[in-house]
Design a protein around this ligand. Structure first.
Ligand code: GLA
Length: 400
């Protein structure tokens, strides 16, 4: 080719222009399937219904997601977790449990789509799921094809009964099978952080669980199940992993327990706020068709949701801690910050945040919005302090 200025300019126009639309960080961080550029939001059946899920529960939930305003607030994926599967047919294709899903999965997915929502399904990288249903090992391409034919938009892929399988290989096979299925399917990895997926799964999955299962408690361990963790334990494990999250690949702190009854309203507000600060997926895990007003007001706090969904896609972190008092900061697009004052203690506490903790010069002035009171506060000029209730938070958006 004979080079001249015209050729050079046209090359610049085609190759450079798309990158200019996004920051370098936004481009580099994209997972190879290009999905989940903000943390996935939706509902998952497990925390509330476990193996008692059926097509009526899912349909009622879908209807309530629309009527409660959850769909319009961004909750998009309706994920059927474990126990939907029945046996494989003679050709090895998976079939649904015909007692729980007599109309079949395709009909349910069609219903979900007809309401403007997306459909998620569950399987496992081993021979059996954690609930003892058939897993996908040895059937990965066949299962991905089945999910695509049913119209799945999301797959949660668990790690029970995997024996000595290598996680990197097992998840890469299913990631490839999903890509080959011809449908865009968000890939949610659920191997509980066992093999540190944050170190290798950026181009494999769109999200990965970082811990064992959540337990509906603020800070008490479940004595019967060592793999179940209260909110504060999950937070302490997930927080240091902030450098590994970004658009298309998120640290998954597990599904929400908001509304399931084990915590006080203040504790549920803390749980929800911390998940948003950590840019964790927000998958409601309660009975949406029968939720009370307090639960609704937490799950539908659009100002907190906006922190989670901020397009910069940086996971927030703890910048200060003294005893039971903590200050958390999450950088947001355009130079704004989300600020969380978190009181883990049993008594009310005054917590103070300083400009340098936010990465702001001391003289900077900024608008301060209280995200739980839904009110503007006095303008930021170097510091902010608040009295925070026991096990509670105060949460702000700071706009210079
Ligand atoms: C594992 C997962 C849970 C849930 C159950 C289903 O424990 O971590 O989130 O999917 O399996 O059996």
């Amino acid at each position: 080719m004979h080079w001249n200025i015209g050729v050079a300019l046209s090359l610049l126009a085609t190759t450079v222009t798309p990158a200019l639309a996004e920051t370098t960080q936004e481009v580099v961080n994209k997972a190879s399937n290009g999905l989940a550029l903000t943390p996935p939001m939706g509902w998952n059946s497990w925390n509330k219904f476990a193996c008692n899920v059926n097509e009526k529960v899912v349909r009622d939930t879908v209807d309530a997601m629309v009527s409660s305003g959850m769909r319009d607030a961004g909750y998009q994926y309706v994920v059927i977790d474990d126990c939907w599967a029945g046996p494989r047919d003679p050709n090895g294709f998976i079939t649904p449990d015909s007692t729980r899903f007599p109309s079949g999965i395709k009909a349910l997915a069609d219903y979900i789509h007809s309401k403007g929502l997306k459909f998620g399904i569950y399987s496992d990288a081993g021979r059996l799921t954690c609930g003892g249903r058939p897993g996908s090992q040895g059937h990965e391409y066949q299962d991905a094809l089945t999910y695509a034919r049913w119209g799945a938009d999301y797959l949660k892929y668990d790690w029970c009964s995997t024996g000595d399988r290598n996680a990197k290989e097992a998840y890469a096979v299913m990631a490839d099978a999903l890509r080959q299925s011809g449908r865009e399917i968000v890939f949610s990895m659920c191997e509980w952080g066992t093999s540190q997926p944050w170190l290798w799964a950026k181009n494999t999955g769109n999200l990965w669980r970082t811990t064992g299962d959540i337990w509906d408690s603020f800070n008490k361990n479940d004595k019967e199940h060592s793999w179940a963790h209260p909110v504060t334990d999950i937070v302490d494990f997930n927080e240091p992993l902030w450098p590994f999250a970004g658009p298309g690949h998120w640290n998954d702190a597990d599904m929400l327990e908001v509304g399931n009854g084990g915590m006080t309203p203040a504790e549920y507000r803390s749980h929800f706020s911390l998940w948003a600060m950590m840019a964790s997926p927000l998958m409601a895990g309660n009975d949406i068709a029968h939720m009370d007003e307090t639960t609704r007001s937490i799950l539908l706090n659009k100002e907190v949701i906006a922190v989670d969904q901020d397009r910069l896609g940086v996971q927030g972190r703890r910048v200060w801690k003294e005893g039971e008092r903590e200050v958390w900061v999450k950088p947001l697009a355009g130079g704004a910050r989300a600020l969380l004052l978190f009181n883990r203690g049993e008594a009310p506490a005054t917590i103070r945040a300083m400009a340098e903790q936010l990465g702001y010069p001391p003289g900077l002035r900024a608008r301060v919005r209280d995200l739980w009171a839904h009110k503007d506060r006095q303008r930021w000029s170097g510091a902010l302090s608040a009295a925070v209730e026991p096990h509670g938070v105060a949460m702000y958006r700071i706009d210079p």
